[in-house]
Design a protein around this ligand. Structure first.
Ligand SMILES: Nc1ncnc2c1ncn2[C@@H]1O[C@H](COP(=O)(O)OP(=O)(O)O)[C@@H](O)[C@H]1O
Ligand SMILES: [Mg+2]
Length: 289
């Protein structure tokens, strides 16, 4: 079996780990930098060029597309799909989960519990947005942020107005979200492969911080998730059509709340915290396909 990993940087922890484990499970693995791909549409001769070469017919493509190249990366994934090559995750499911508002819209429609959230462009009607987000403080998020960057906690109407004005001037759409006070400073990352949670950790924010991302200094510890959390994580991944997903959950008075779903979740934090071989689990899942 010959697969391609779509990734800009083969030295990133997760891509490196996939490469290390691929040999062990008899999967041949090539790296393709999406930004080196030229996508040709020409009827049956449609192809993907890297330099002068047309890329071969891989058995499967694993997109690991960073937030900085979402649009181009998705076009590359779509081109493989157009040629009839299976991509895991699919370009459609990546697109759906990458935008935080869209992701919550899709999850809510299927009955998954998520924080009250408002997308707004208005500066006049902010009191209504704050009310709908269950009052101050509120969490602000830019739609395409990752690793905790673009997530802000706002305590007063004055800061809310000025921060929103600034972000809108920078052409950033923003959601205003209910601050989950019960579970603040802590969240749960469930790593879903296929229809299973293969590893999970609790992340605790450092002192004086509300974001628990490992990249923001959060500490990860292995945890056995209660059934309701696992169920919510698996269901969320299924709704979005993601076979590989990092689902972030928080504890709320109403039960587990899904905060976001990552379609190219990193392995470093969770492999180190839980000792689970995530790379191998993904490759074995792929091999079964
Ligand atoms: N509504 C919320 N209430 C309280 N804390 C939150 C809320 N949303 C996010 N957080 C905290 O901020 C972190 C980052 O938010 P998240 O939506 O996962 O964005 P990112 O994609 O940047 O990881 C979460 O891991 C959690 O600790
Ligand atoms: Mg997150």
């Amino acid at each position: 079996m010959h697969i391609a990993i779509l990734s800009r940087n083969k030295n990133l922890y997760s891509t490196r780990r996939l490469h290390e484990e691929a040999g062990k499970v008899k999967v041949r693995c090539s790296f393709v930098n999406p930004l080196h791909c030229q996508l040709v549409i020409d009827g049956d001769a449609s192809r993907i060029l890297v330099g002068k070469k047309t890329l071969p017919r891989y058995d499967l493509v694993l997109p690991r597309i960073g937030a900085s190249i979402t649009e181009y990366g998705l076009s590359v994934a779509k081109h493989f799909e157009m040629k009839g090559i299976l991509t895991i995750n699919s370009s459609r499911s990546i697109a759906e989960s990458r935008n935080k508002m869209r992701c919550l819209q899709v999850l809510t429609k299927e009955g998954i519990l998520v924080p009250a959230t408002v997308l707004t462009r208005s500066t006049r009607d902010l009191p209504m947005a704050v009310d709908a987000a269950k009052g101050l403080p509120v969490v602000l998020k830019i739609l395409q942020g990752t690793q905790g960057v673009g997530v802000m906690l706002v305590h007063t109407p004055v800061s809310l107005g000025s921060v929103l004005d600034t972000l809108h001037a920078l052409h950033q759409d923003v959601i205003v979200q209910q601050f989950i006070v019960e579970g603040a400073g802590r969240d749960f990352r469930a790593f879903v492969v296929g229809n299973r949670v293969i590893a999970s950790m609790m992340r605790t924010a450092p002192q004086g911080e509300f974001r628990s991302n490992i990249h923001r200094g959060g500490a990860g510890n292995t945890v056995e998730l209660p059934k309701a959390y696992k169920k919510a994580a698996i269901h969320a991944a299924q709704i979005l059509g993601l076979e590989i997903a990092g689902v972030d959950l928080m504890e709320s008075s109403q039960g587990p709340m899904v905060i976001e779903v990552n379609s190219s979740p990193g392995f470093e934090g969770i492999e180190k915290a839980t000792g689970t071989n995530i790379a191998s689990a993904i490759l074995r899942h792929i091999r079964r396909k």
